[in-house]
Design a protein around this ligand. Structure first.
Ligand SMILES: Nc1ncnc2c1ncn2[C@@H]1O[C@H](COP(=O)(O)OP(=O)(O)OP(=O)(O)O)[C@@H](O)[C@H]1O
Length: 563
């Protein structure tokens, strides 16, 4: 968790604790007759008496302390009841569905349309104004929203893999509730509760300010009501009569908002892991002519990437150096978790916080990408370096047509006239073997292989000379894998692309690559010309990879070296 979030959370807790202590002990410490005066009979002195009048100051303090009890009591009690009712209805309707859910959801629709103030008036007429009327009305209005959100969370947990797997193994309702639904939903209850406290305190204050509370009940809102009735807004009295309850309301709302912010990050792993990226300043860039002379399009020198694991930064990529010459295909092969994708992300400077990279240089066309500013590196990504990300075909936007997604890939870098853009889209589709009738299709209308072709078209549409393909055949059936591989090979040759091809599928890598780096535990443990390596490597890990190719021995040779 970020330090700033912890500080915010702790200051929220401190403010809330101070307010609660003030509410509990304040009235006990202030002389009784000071707050006896509070309430409707309370008469403020003329404006001239306000400043420097100790007695009066004490009366205001007494009012605030008594008011704190009411405001906090109503806020917390309403939040407990509304969150409990909303939570139970949300969980049960989400989990069981059927008529109960339909009934509840329609009822919630009705509740959410109820006008709050008239409802308050009607109920107050019947059962009389007071704290319990306010709790009742605010709860009536508030539980419905909570129920909706918790139902949505329950539905998403109910449809998630672990629950489906447990169901298919015959797990009963009790087990599913105990092990999956409640642990998944409960974290949502906490921020919901904190938000409800805030909303209830604000609603209570607003109602009391409008005079819709018991006139004998002192709360921060009612202090403002009396202040307003006695024209405190128009005299100097506002300083002592309006500002203090105003500050109390703001402080308590801030306190619970801070706590909510902290808890939300604590219970949500995605927020917890989020660290904003550091800004990359503009720097002078020196071109390494020696690399250009050697035709090296890319060169990485001594790259180490670390992630925090159990409180310590641990390397997941260690001292990796490699290069790619113009028109060459460099393969990176290794088991899952060996660091292949990390290397690819590091090249395009897309490692996310909290990653830490130490590297002597990542030279692309002779320039160190490490020194590129945010805008400069954005211009490289998807423009000079085409990137086919792992599982990208599943990440195509389902509600945008193929042609629009291709147009967006171009639009990120160039402003082309409509006719030229259209020509570019046609060209990209035809290049990857897709008929133009698919231009207006949406991703779900295409097969996996076709979607992968679209992803390749997106990577190539800006005509990059360098392409990184990260596991481009994952998730496709064997025949389609071969087609995609052949397509990449054809495009590489036709466009003279330099390429990094990442895979754990050794036959595929050997088929398409010129040179190979074998990674294990973040290290490059073996490397060299692909065919050479396949036939003569003596490294035990490489040998194991090659020997595990599931083909008959004679065929294996053909699959490995046949190109
Ligand atoms: N954001 C992250 N936070 C912590 N550790 C990470 C993060 N991203 C990657 N790692 C770790 O880095 C290591 C290398 O991951 P990487 O994705 O590069 O492996 P890979 O070889 O590409 O695996 P795969 O073939 O499964 O994609 C793994 O141990 C992974 O747990």
């Amino acid at each position: 968790m970020r330090k700033s979030t912890k500080i915010i959370g702790m200051s929220g807790v401190a403010m809330a604790a101070a307010m609660i202590l003030f509410a509990v002990f304040g009235p006990l410490l202030i002389p009784h007759d000071a707050y006896e005066q509070s309430g409707p009979s309370f008469q403020p002195p003329s404006a001239g008496h306000w400043l420097g009048t100790n007695d009066m100051g004490q009366d205001i303090l007494a009012e605030l302390a008594v008011g704190a009890r009411t405001s906090l009591f109503i806020g917390i009690a309403t939040a407990v009841i509304a969150t409990f009712i909303g939570g139970m209805i949300g969980v049960f309707s989400g989990y069981f569905g059927g008529w109960f859910e339909t009934l509840m959801m329609r009822f919630i629709d009705v509740v959410l349309t109820l006008p709050f103030l008239p409802l308050m008036l009607v109920i107050a007429v019947y059962i009389g104004p007071g704290a319990f009327t306010q709790i009742l009305v605010i709860t009536l209005v508030m539980w419905a929203g909570k129920a909706r959100q918790i139902r949505a969370q329950t539905l998403s947990i109910k449809g998630a893999g672990p629950v489906l797997a447990a169901k298919s193994m015959g797990a009963g309702h009790f087990y599913l509730f105990k092990k999956h639904i409640l642990p998944g939903v409960f974290p949502l209850f906490i921020p919901q509760f904190v938000g409800a406290v805030n909303a209830a305190i604000l609603l209570e204050s607003s109602l009391s300010f409008l005079g819709m509370s018991d006139p004998l009940m002192k709360s921060w809102g009612s202090i403002l009501y009396y202040a307003n009735n006695r024209s405190a807004f128009l005299t100097e009295a506002w300083m002592w009569w309006i500002i203090p309850p105003g500050i109390c309301i703001v402080l308590v709302v801030l306190a619970f908002s801070f706590i909510g912010y902290y808890l939300e990050e604590k219970v949500n792993p995605r927020l917890r892991a989020y660290v904003p990226a550091r800004k990359r300043p503009k720097q002078d860039i020196v071109v390494r002519e020696d690399l250009l002379e050697k035709n090296m399009v890319l060169r990485i020198d001594g790259m180490t990437v670390k992630y925090p694991k159990k409180g310590r930064y641990t390397p997941v990529v260690s001292d990796v150096s490699l290069y790619v010459n113009e028109g060459e295909v460099m393969g990176i092969v290794g088991e899952s978790g060996s660091g292949k994708t990390t290397v690819a992300s590091a090249i395009i400077q897309q490692l996310k916080e909290p990653a830490r990279m130490e590297v002597e240089g990542i030279y692309f066309e002779g320039k160190d990408l490490q020194r590129f500013s945010d805008e400069e590196i954005r211009q490289v990504r998807g423009n000079q370096i085409g990137y086919i990300a792992q599982a990208a075909m599943n990440a195509l936007n389902p509600v945008i047509s193929i042609e629009k997604q291709l147009a967006e890939a171009v639009g990120a870098h160039y402003k082309l006239p409509a006719a030229e853009l259209s020509r570019r889209i046609d060209e990209a589709l035809l290049q990857v073997g897709l008929e133009l009738k698919w231009r207006r299709a949406f991703p779900h209308q295409l097969s996996g292989g076709m979607r992968q072709r679209v992803v390749i078209a997106m990577a190539l549409i800006n005509r990059p000379k360098f392409v990184i393909a990260d596991e481009p055949t994952t998730g496709l059936d064997v025949m389609v894998q071969v087609e995609i591989l052949e397509l990449l090979q054809k495009l590489q040759r036709e466009l003279n692309l330099s390429m990094i091809f990442i895979s754990h599928d050794l036959p595929a890598v050997l088929k398409i690559t010129d040179r190979l780096a074998v990674m294990k535990y973040g290290y490059i443990v073996d490397g060299g010309a692909s065919l050479e390596l396949a036939e003569h490597s003596t490294h035990p890990y490489t040998r194991r990879l090659i020997d595990s190719i599931p083909l008959l021995t004679e065929k294996k040779q053909e699959a490995v070296v046949g190109r």
